[in-house]
Design a protein around this ligand. Sequence first.
Ligand SMILES: CC(C)(COP(=O)(O)OP(=O)(O)OC[C@H]1O[C@@H](n2cnc3c(N)ncnc32)[C@H](O)[C@@H]1OP(=O)(O)O)[C@@H](O)C(=O)NCCC(=O)NCCS
Length: 170
Amino acid sequence: MDIPRLRTKRLELLAPSICGLDAYQKFYSDPNASLSYGGPISNSQIWSRLKSDLGSWHLSGFGVWMIRVKDSRSIVGTCGFWQGLDWPRELTWWLLPTARGRGYAYEASIAAISHAYDNYLWHKVETYMNDDNKSAKRLVERLGGTRTRRARFPDGEFRDMYHLPRPPLS
Ligand SMILES: CC(C)(COP(=O)(O)OP(=O)(O)OC[C@H]1O[C@@H](n2cnc3c(N)ncnc32)[C@H](O)[C@@H]1OP(=O)(O)O)[C@@H](O)C(=O)NCCC(=O)NCCS
C-alpha cells in the first residue's frame, strides 16, 4: 500500500522505515522515556517494534508515522493509529525526551486526526492512556478530547476513553 506522507508547518509525517531505527533505539532503550510503551526493550525487540509499526499499515490500512522535523531533518518520534488484537483503535504518540515541550505531538496529532476524518472517513477517533500519564492527558485536553467512558482493557486494566473531535480547518 502507499503510506501517505503528511506535512505540517514544522513537521513531516513519514512511513516507518530504517531511517527511524536510531530514534527507535534511543526511545526504547531509555527506561523513563519508554515506560508507557513497555520499555526498555532489547535491540532485537526494538527492531521488531519498527517492523510491526510498518506492518500495521499493510495489515490494517493504518498505522503510525515517524515524525521528522523539517529544519533539522531528524526523526523525533511517532504519531498515528495503533490497534492491538481485541484492543480499541487509538491515536498514539511518543517523542524523544529532547523533542518534548515544543508542541510537536500536538501538531502531528492535528494532521493525523484530520487525515482520519477526511481521508479514511472514520466516524470517530479515540484515544486512551494509563491514569498516571499526565503528559498524554494534557495533550488530549489540548486537542479538545472529551472523556466518553471508562473501559476494561484486555490486559485487565481500566482506562478512560476519549473522543477526539475533527480539528478546525486551519
Ligand atoms: C505524550 C507526549 C508525546 C507529549 O509530548 P509533549 O511534548 O508534552 O506534547 P506536545 O507536543 O503537545 O507539546 C506541548 C508542550 O509544548 C509546549 N510548546 C512549546 N512550543 C509549542 C508550540 N509551538 N505549540 C504548542 N505547544 C508548544 C506547550 O506549552 C506544552 O508544554 P507543557 O506540557 O509544559 O504545558 C510525550 O510526553 C511522550 O512521548 N511521552 C512518552 C510516550 C507516551 O506516554 N505516549 C502516550 C501513550 S498513551
